[in-house]
Write a protein that binds this ligand. Structure first.
Ligand SMILES: Nc1ncnc2c1ncn2[C@@H]1O[C@H](COP(=O)(O)OP(=O)(O)O)[C@@H](O)[C@H]1O
Ligand SMILES: [Mg+2]
Length: 347
C-alpha cells in the first residue's frame, strides 16, 4: 500500500520563451505551458491526463520523456532523479520509459520495414543480432495482433489502426516500465479506437507496464484509466479515481468535460445540455484564454465563480479517494467542502 509510486511529479513548471512579435521590436511574452503540476503513477497503473487542446498535456509528457527541461519542479522515476539528468539521459531510463504518439504516419520512418522499425530498439538496448531481432520482432507483432510476415512490409501498407499497433510493438520492444501514450487513438475512427484501447489494456495485463494516457476525450480516458488528472490552461485542477471523478466531479471544469460527452441515454440529454449551456458561458469549449496566473484559470468561464476566484488559485483540497481538487467552492465554503459539484445549485 505504501509502496512508492513509479513516477512522481512535483510542482512542475514549464515555460517556452516567447518568439518574435509581428514587428522586430516586439517580443511575445513567455508561454507558461505548465504551472504547479503534481501527479504520480503507481507500477502497472494507468493515469489518464485529460483536458482541452493547449492545456499542457503533451508538454508534461515531453518533460517525462526528457525531450524538454522544466523551469522548476521535480520528476522522479524509480530511483532516477529525472530533472537532474541535464543533457545526458541514461540509456536505462530511455529503455524504461517509452512513447507512442498520436500520429503513426509521422512517427514511423517510411523508408524502414516494420522489421527494422521494431528491431531497432532491440539492437540499441539489448544488442540482439539480426536473427534474434527478427525472431523477437515477430513475437512482438503477434502480441499486438499483427502477423510475422508483416515484418517485410513498409508502414504505408497498413491502416491507421495497424500502424498504431506497430508503434505500440516498437515501444514495448524495450520492455518499458512506463509508456507515455499521447493521444494514441485520437486519429482513429471510433471502432478502431476501442480495438486499440482493448489491446493496450491486454498488453498492460501481460507486461505490467504503467501508462500515462494523454487525451482530450474524457470518455476514452475514463474507459482505460485507474485514476485521472484533469488539466485546464496549464494547471491540474482535479485528480482522483476514474469512476469517482466521472460520477461525482468536484471541479466545475471536470463537470464541463463530462457534460460535453454525448450521452447514449436520451433522458439525460436535457440536463446535460442545460449544464453545458451554463458552463460554456464566457468562453467556447476548446478556447484557451489568457487568464492571469494568480487567478483560477477557469474563473472567467465558471458559473459558480466567487470573488476570490479571480485573485487567487487555491491549494489542493484533499478528497476521500486520495485525489484532490483546486477550487474555492471546496476550500472557501465549509458547507460545500468535499461535496460533488453536481449537488451544488447549478440551476
Ligand atoms: N515548443 C513550443 N514552443 C512554444 N510554445 C509551445 C511549445 N509547445 C507547446 N507550446 C504551448 O504550450 C501550451 C501547451 O501545449 P501542449 O502541451 O501541446 O498542450 P496539449 O497537449 O494539452 O494540447 C500551448 O499554449 C502551446 O501553444
Ligand atoms: Mg497534445
Amino acid at each position: 500500500m505504501t509502496e512508492r509510486p513509479l513516477l512522481e511529479i512535483s510542482d512542475l513548471a514549464i515555460t517556452f520563451p516567447g518568439g518574435r512579435g509581428q514587428w522586430p521590436w516586439q517580443r511575445q511574452s513567455d508561454v507558461k505551458a505548465v504551472q504547479g503540476a503534481s501527479l504520480s503513477i503507481g507500477r502497472g497503473e494507468t493515469l489518464g491526463l485529460v483536458g482541452e487542446s493547449g492545456s499542457g498535456k503533451t508538454t508534461i509528457g515531453r518533460a517525462v520523456l526528457q525531450f524538454i527541461q522544466p523551469a522548476s519542479g521535480t520528476i522522479r522515476f524509480g530511483d532516477f532523479d529525472v530533472t537532474g539528468f541535464g543533457r545526458s539521459v541514461p540509456a536505462a531510463y530511455r529503455r524504461a520509459v517509452q512513447v507512442v504518439f498520436q500520429d503513426p504516419v509521422g512517427s514511423l520512418n517510411p523508408s524502414m520495414t516494420v522489421g527494422q522499425i521494431v528491431g531497432e530498439p532491440l539492437q540499441l538496448h539489448f544488442g540482439l543480432d539480426r536473427a534474434a531481432r527478427q525472431a523477437r520482432a515477430a513475437e512482438l507483432l503477434i502480441s499486438v495482433g499483427l502477423e510475422a510476415h508483416h515484418l517485410e512490409r513498409y508502414p504505408y501498407e497498413f491502416s491507421g489502426g495497424q500502424r498504431q499497433r506497430i508503434a505500440v510493438a516498437r515501444a514495448l520492444a524495450t520492455e518499458p516500465e512506463l509508456l507515455v501514450l499521447d493521444e494514441p487513438v485520437s486519429a482513429l475512427d471510433v471502432s478502431t479506437q476501442s480495438q486499440v484501447i482493448n489491446l493496450l489494456e491486454r498488453l498492460q495485463d501481460e507486461t505490467g507496464a504503467a501508462y500515462l494516457f494523454i487525451a482530450h476525450d474524457l470518455a476514452v480516458v475514463r474507459h482505460i484509466s485507474d485514476r485521472i488528472a484533469v488539466m485546464y490552461h496549464s494547471r491540474i485542477v482535479e485528480t482522483g479515481e476514474a469512476d469517482r471523478l466521472c460520477e461525482e466531479p468536484r471541479h466545475p471544469y471536470t463537470e464541463l468535460l463530462l457534460a460535453s460527452i454525448p450521452d447514449p441515454d436520451p433522458k439525460l440529454q436535457p440536463l446535460k445540455s442545460r449544464r453545458r449551456r451554463e458552463l460554456t458561458v464566457g468562453g467556447e469549449l476548446g478556447a484557451s484564454g489568457s487568464a492571469p496566473t494568480e487567478s483560477c484559470p477557469f474563473a472567467e468561464r465558471c458559473p459558480h465563480a466567487l470573488d476570490i476566484c479571480s485573485t487567487q488559485f487555491p491549494d489542493p483540497f484533499p478528497l476521500d479517494d486520495g485525489g484532490w481538487v483546486r477550487c474555492h467552492l471546496h476550500t472557501s465554503g465549509p458547507t460545500l467542502a468535499g461535496q460533488p459539484i453536481t449537488q451544488l445549485a447549478v440551476v
